[in-house]
Design a protein around this ligand. Structure first.
Ligand code: DC
Length: 219
């Protein structure tokens, strides 16, 4: 029988890091659904497909082979693309790619298959509302716009990327708007989700809170 912990939240809410930590501590398979949309975007770049060529993008999302390994590595068509999917080029187009309904339906199908009969923790934007509306546990992570931008800015600077704090804020505002206005799978707070505001909490504190919620449910 499956056991599903679903986590949603906007960019910079800490979802990725926290989900990984909780998954490792409780032996849950970690599924980063953003990485899947990033694989579609990367393959489109590799094949020189333009954003206007919707039918080609859908075709790519139908045929590519995506593997999310237990150690966090991401494979696209049997090649390790863990670093490549985080590139600026992929980040620039992934939001538009993930707005295409047919692409979403293909990814959602894959996500549901990945969870069959397993104990998983899955993070994204529409996991608590659309992919697994009946998940065992639903969590929505949030933080103020300024704090989310500060985290992203720090991350990008550490990677040596040339960017200003103002650019990051603007970028996050655009992503929030895109994420909240998708035709299907838009970012929303499920009525029965537990909302955690991470603005003034450390990663460890948030992880601890979620672990307690899961352990309580598993009792
Ligand atoms: O979480 P992330 O930044 O790696 O996600 C990449 C993009 O994919 C982002 O634009 C939001 C989108 N996404 C989505 O639409 N639905 C999901 N379940 C996960 C990510």
């Amino acid at each position: 029988m499956s056991f599903i912990v679903a986590i949603d939240g906007p960019a910079g809410s800490g979802k990725g890091t926290i989900t990984k930590k909780v998954g490792e501590r409780l032996n849950l398979i970690n599924i980063d659904t953003g990485a899947m949309y990033r694989c579609v975007a990367l393959e489109c770049l590799n094949e020189n497909i333009k954003l206007e060529e919707k039918h080609k993008i859908i075709e790519v999302s139908n045929r590519i082979k995506i593997e999310l390994k237990e150690d966090g590595k991401v494979f696209l068509n049997y090649k390790d693309v863990t670093t490549q999917i985080r590139s600026k080029e992929v980040s620039q187009i992934v939001s538009q790619i993930s707005s295409i309904v047919e692409v979403r339906l293909n990814m959602v199908n894959l996500q549901r298959k990945m969870a069959e009969g397993k104990k998983i923790i899955m993070e994204g934007r529409d996991i608590t509302t659309y992919v697994f509306p009946n998940a065992d546990i639903k969590i929505y992570l949030d933080a103020s716009l300024e704090e989310r931008a500060r985290r992203r800015y720090k991350e990008m600077k550490e990677k040596g990327q040339e960017i200003t704090y103002q650019d990051v804020i603007n970028n996050i505002k655009i992503r929030d708007k895109n994420d909240k206005n998708k035709e299907i799978g838009s970012l929303q707070i499920a009525p029965d989700a537990i909302v955690i505001d991470t603005t003034y909490l450390t990663i460890e504190e948030v992880a601890e809170r979620i672990i307690n919620i899961i352990e309580e449910k598993l009792k």
